[in-house]
Write a protein that binds this ligand. Structure first.
Ligand code: DX5
Ligand code: ZN
Length: 216
């Protein structure tokens, strides 16, 4: 199944409920929630209290992307306030295997993100444990950047590896997705598509409707 995960990092924070409802009415199945700590990435975005408030106004799948150092410190807390998917960065923890186990213990979907320059081989031994892999198609920390072209090859390579291993793991792509390049990432093998700026600029409902139609 292909699904769209609009990133509320690009929403109007003073009208978050309105923007989330617009995205849902456009057909979004997931809501992507970007947590930044000012350490793993330079920016600080939002965290637990905001997720708790968002959980209270939506039944959509909350797709939480933790761009934080030592994410294991916060896995229980984010699961408790309503995350359905927890994504941690392979580069942010010394004990990736143990951190994945902590996510699974919370009975939420476990996902690991890779920065653009991090090779897929980093996931070789933990792949069977994961529900999803997030391929960062920009350097994390900022919305509105341009997709790095080699991300397409990386998605293709990962899809090939998964097929060879007989795994049905989802591939999420995040960063710089536009109306122009969304088809290319889906054809490469991504099936969960994060869209920030393109979804929340102008008519949110119409943008999301068009994007969901394109990804099929
Ligand atoms: C980047 C974030 C993304 C970002 C995507 O660090 O992880 O989720 O919000 O935004 P766009 O689609 O504008 O690149
Ligand atoms: Zn993200």
């Amino acid at each position: 199944m292909n699904c769209l995960s609009p990133s509320i990092l690009a929403a109007d924070f003073c009208n978050l409920e309105h923007d989330i409802k617009e995205a849902e009415e456009g057909g979004a199945q997931y809501i992507h929630f970007d947590v930044m700590d000012g350490r793993f990435v330079p920016n600080i975005s939002f965290g637990l209290p905001v997720l708790k408030s968002v959980r209270a106004i939506t039944d959509s799948v909350l797709d939480v992307h933790l761009m934080i150092e030592e994410p294991e410190r916060y896995i229980h807390a984010f699961a408790e306030v309503g995350a359905d998917i927890l994504t941690i960065h392979a580069e942010a923890t010394k004990h990736l295997d143990a951190a994945i186990d902590l996510i699974k213990k919370e009975k939420v979907m476990a996902c690991v993100a890779l920065n653009p320059s991090t090779p897929l081989s980093k996931l070789e031994y933990v792949l069977p444990k994961l529900d999803m892999v997030l391929i960062m198609s920009v350097n994390p920390g900022l919305g509105g950047q341009t997709l790095i072209p080699y991300s397409i090859d990386k998605i293709q390579d990962l899809r090939r590896i998964l097929e060879k291993k007989g795994l049905k793991t989802d591939i999420e792509v995040d960063g710089g997705i536009t109306f122009e390049n969304v088809t290319e990432v889906v054809e490469a093998g991504a099936n969960v598509i994060v869209v920030g700026t393109t979804a929340f600029s102008g008519d949110i409902r119409e943008n999301v409707r068009r994007l969901t139609e394109i990804i099929g």
